[in-house]
Unconditional design. Structure first.
Length: 504
């Protein structure tokens, strides 16, 4: 036994004097069943994995801090929100960030054409706030009911287990609201060169609420201070030929070497109403809010300066969710946001376990009181404080126990009325913003790359699917449709566009 190294033990703390040989009857066996050390070691190994995330399975975690400016644009932050983390200039809040890809499994390529997840956990004095976003500003769908379908179409075929363009575009060509997201995803923005060189977006619309109880609609943006850089499909193919974890490696090494990446948090704000003057619905996550009308207002800077110490504990077991908000930040009626808010903590109770919030990576920061009457469940570790009398695990009680917070914590109270029904939103407008982006915001090289990437994958699809896609793209912009059609040998002039884009 070496003097300088700590002694190897079992999980029971019993010293292990031989870690090379099992306990056997004579040197050739058989092994004995009471060999606790062997059983514990292999039994634990058998359980090393937890279920991988159903989406965003491959990711990487880093830690750091968010420094508030005390202002939001030119106004004191308090004008818009009472959330404590934003109030004073220079106030620092610890953060944990998980970047991810979406569709691939836990060991898949990090240069896949895929959105990138951008999930931030702010460890505030009022408990955690999770801002769970992506690197692209819009999403494929606008109603949570469609999420399992869009993901099934993008995931491998349930029989052959291969990702199939025919399945993807079968679904997308009957989901016109996906054209905006597809036009980002198949442009160079669809393969960020790594996690440091991309922006982040909350995508869904939230509310900010101030001390007077007034709310505004808000969209969150993270602006990379490293610049946005992307890969062509050919560059990505060359990287993934030899390296699947290039983005994690880049981030880990940058932080190890003291090159701390930064993102500036900006918000767009709208008054809290339906905005009938706009040609889109502010709660529609397939749309961006034009920055000339709704300027980006700066709120603070995030710096990642500390690497994780254990991938399983801090990455696999980490849990982010859209329901995790602090006082001063609230939900909007965005139909996707409601579905997401159910989904995250539901899957985490299954994936990590019912006590996932007791794990250090998910628990509020030390000093934040967690006082509940919840208890039990698998792997219960700490017991939440129940106040002076541990016998009282219910509320109300005249004997002791916990008391409700004061009215200053009351949520925002929107007024909502209308029939309960199932209906699409009125202002679907699925094509206008895509055409504007194609014509006004993309460089020629980006348009060329988009057309090439779409035509390459659509080339593997059935004719009827190709025609539907060309029809949608023609509705976005005639030239866009013509060029993708050219790559497929389809002249949009010969198509009955209106019949093809009709969903049902
Ligand atoms: C209704 C639509 C959606 C549903 C039902 C949904 C559901 C899920 C689920 C079940 C997970 C796995 C969580 C876990 O196992 O911990 C996940 C992860 C994630 N989702 Fe969504 N999602 C939706 C839309 C979106 C959108 C629009 C965005 C981007 C704004 C997004 C960003 C993410 C990110 C970043 C993660 C990874 C979180 C992490 O790093 O642990 N999702 N989503």
């Amino acid at each position: 036994m070496s003097d300088s190294k700590p002694t190897l033990t079992t999980r029971q703390g019993h010293p292990v004097y031989n870690n090379q040989q099992s306990r056997t009857v004579s040197d050739r066996g058989p092994a004995t069943l009471e060999n606790y050390q062997l059983l514990e070691k292999i039994g634990h190994f058998d359980r090393e994995r937890i279920p991988e995330r159903v989406v965003h399975a491959r990711g990487f975690v880093s830690h750091g801090e968010f420094e508030a400016y005390g202002t939001i644009g030119n106004e004191p932050a308090s004008t818009y929100t009472r959330a404590k983390l934003f109030q004073q200039a220079g106030k620092k809040t610890p953060v944990t960030v998980r970047f991810s890809t979406v569709i691939g499994g836990r060991d898949s390529s990090e240069v896949a054409r895929d959105p990138r997840g951008f999930a931030v956990k702010f460890r505030t004095e009022d408990g955690n706030w999770d801002l769970v976003g992506n690197n692209l500003p819009v999403f494929f769908i606008r109603d949570a009911l469609k999420f399992p379908d869009v993901i099934h179409s993008l995931k491998p075929d349930p029989v052959t287990f291969r990702q199939e363009p025919n399945r993807i575009f079968d679904f997308m060509s009957q989901t016109p609201e996906s054209m905006h997201m597809l036009s980002f995803l198949f442009s160079p923005r669809g393969i960020p060169s790594d996690y440091r060189h991309m922006d982040g977006f909350g995508v869904n619309t939230y509310r900010l609420v101030n001390a007077a109880g007034e709310g505004v609609l808000v969209k969150f943006h993270w602006k990379t201070q490293q610049g946005i850089t992307s890969l062509t499909q050919a560059e990505a193919d060359a990287i993934q030929a030899t390296e699947l974890g290039s983005a994690s490696k880049d981030l880990y090494e940058a932080i190890e070497n003291g090159g701390y990446p930064q993102w500036e948090l900006c918000v767009q704000i709208m008054s809290d109403d339906a905005h009938p003057e706009l040609d889109f619905d502010p709660l529609d996550d397939t749309k961006t809010w034009p920055e000339d009308a709704f300027p980006l207002r700066k709120a603070g800077m995030m710096t990642l300066n500390r690497n994780l110490t254990d991938h399983h504990n801090e990455n696999e077991q980490s849990a982010f969710g859209t329901g995790v908000l602090v006082d001063g930040i609230d939900f909007s009626d965005d139909k996707m946001l409601v579905g997401r808010t159910f989904s995250y903590s539901d899957t985490q109770r299954h994936r990590v376990g019912p006590n996932y919030l007791q794990l250090p990576v998910n628990a509020p920061r030390p000093g934040v009181q967690v006082n509940t009457n919840q208890g039990g469940g698998a792997m219960s570790y700490g017991v939440d404080s129940r106040g002076a009398n541990p016998h009282i695990n219910y509320e109300p009680s005249s004997l002791a126990g916990l008391a409700e917070a004061d009215e200053s914590y009351r949520e925002y109270r929107p007024h909502v009325e209308g029939p309960v029904l199932r209906a699409p939103i009125e202002r679907e407008n699925n094509y206008a913003q895509v055409g504007q982006r194609w014509r006004n915001e993309m460089a020629q090289s980006e348009r060329d790359d988009l057309v090439l990437n779409l035509a390459t994958l659509l080339g593997q699809c059935e004719r009827s699917i190709q025609e539907r896609m060309v029809a949608h793209l023609t509705k976005c912009d005639a030239e866009y449709g013509r060029l993708v059609g050219l790559g497929l040998g389809i002249d949009p002039g010969t198509l009955d566009i209106e019949a093809l884009v009709k969903v049902r």
